[in-house]
Write a protein that binds this ligand. Structure first.
Ligand code: NAD
Ligand code: IPM
Ligand code: MN
Length: 350
């Protein structure tokens, strides 16, 4: 018996997680579902985006599935109280340093990509984003007022050898089970952390993964190459900020941001944190327009990577593919189904 903690969060978060709940009830009857308030919803109730109790439940679960957090209502709150700060705290508390963000173009959706079908058909990229370090957490940071009255904002990018090595190891291991190629992206031409990143990846490769093809690519060029020739990529490993940006970009190659799931993993045996890569989409929240597939596919990743149920993950993946092949489309991918109707379409295949 495994436990999955659901953190619906804000905006479209609860709408897409509701569809996961339906799918999970149909698929896995030996799974205990817990739920806690998170993000702005938790702030409104408890004055904090992540209560200590919810954090403890997360750490004690087998996997955590988050919807999305944030929104204009909380954008003016002090930084530490913002929904996004709750998410960053949870990622750090769970020590989920390797964020797997697959960008897969389903055959049925090659026409929904922002690129011509021949550029994306068969696309299967795994972005491995470092998730618990870098400029998201580096000190010092803050906004200070200078003597002359103007303000100064400071963020600091910091990486240690071990932080770079452990996430790169995940990337090399994944590549061995795929097309055996890793592209490491940084800006070693201008950043010290980029230089260290390249050194550490190169040394790890020579020491333990010489059988894997390794390529270094400056992150700005990688952004360009993703649009020019995305099929050249297999596994991409990169830092927290570049990984955030490159994965949103990769989403558009597959048909849209409403499709991309993610898995954040730490050391073996510890719970993973699963989340769609999209946000709370305040522009469409509450209207039943959100695509629930990114959340449903995140649940699939949880079955695969944390819950030891590859069989059910495969079954769910097949049901999603079948729904898309039969033409199920929410508005973001060119159709008119509601969130719940897309849920129905997936349930039909289970
Ligand atoms: P967003 O991803 O919420 O929305 C960007 C665009 O994509 C919007 O037009 C939205 O309607 C569309 N979109 C997103 N998800 C969709 C879905 N499932 N189906 C259909 N369309 C979808 O990004 P944003 O607008 O930059 O951010 C809004 C809020 O979400 C901010 O507060 C931000 O901090 C937060 N955010 C949270 C997460 C997260 O919880 N992991 C991720 C990104 C942004
Ligand atoms: C994501 C989001 C988050 C990030 C925000 C909401 C903290 O954009 O999960 O991609 O930047 O990591
Ligand atoms: Mn993002």
């Amino acid at each position: 018996m495994s436990t999955l903690l659901l953190l619906p969060g804000d905006g479209i978060g609860p709408e897409v997680i509701e569809q996961v709940r339906r799918v999970a009830s149909r698929l896995a009857n030996d799974l205990t579902l817990e739920e806690r308030a998170f993000g702005g919803t938790s702030f409104d109730q408890f004055g904090t985006p992540l209560t200590e109790e919810a954090e403890a439940v997360a750490l004690a679960s087998d996997a955590v599935l988050m919807g999305a957090v944030g929104g204009p209502k909380w954008a003016g709150a002090p930084r530490a109280q913002r929904p996004e700060a709750g998410l960053l705290r949870l990622r750090q508390a769970m020590n989920v340093y390797a964020n797997l963000r697959p960008a897969i173009c389903f055959d049925a959706l090659a026409g929904a990509s922002a690129l011509k079908p021949e550029f994306v058909s068969g696309l299967d990229i795994m972005i491995v984003r470092e998730l618990t370090g870098g400029v998201y957490f580096g000190q010092p940071r803050g906004i200070e007022t200078l003597a002359d009255g103007q303000k100064r904002g400071v963020d600091t990018q910091v990486y240690t050898t071990s932080e770079i090595e452990r996430v790169s190891r995940v990337a090399f291991e994944l590549a061995r089970g795929r097309r055996n190629k890793v592209t490491s992206c940084e800006k070693s031409n201008v950043m010290e952390t980029g230089l260290l990143w390249r050194e550490v990846v190169t040394a790890l490769h020579a020491r333990d993964y010489a059988d894997v093809q390794l390529e270094h690519m400056l992150a700005d060029n990688a952004a360009m190459q993703l649009v020019k020739n995305p099929l050249q990529f297999d596994v991409i490993v990169t830092d927290n900020l570049f990984g955030d940006i490159l994965s949103d970009e990769a989403a558009m190659l597959t048909g849209g941001i409403g499709l991309l799931p993610s898995a954040a993993l730490g050391d073996p045996g510890k719970p993973g944190l699963y989340e769609p890569i999209h946000g709370s989409a305040p522009d469409i929240a509450g209207q039943g327009l959100a695509n629930p597939l990114a959340a449903i596919l995140s649940f699939e990743m949880a079955l695969r990577w944390s819950l030891g149920r590859t069989d059910l993950a495969d079954k769910l993946n097949a049901a999603v593919k079948a729904a898309l092949e039969e033409g199920a489309r929410t508005r973001d991918i060119g159709g008119s189904l509601t969130t719940a109707q897309m849920g129905d379409a997936v349930l039909k295949g289970l």
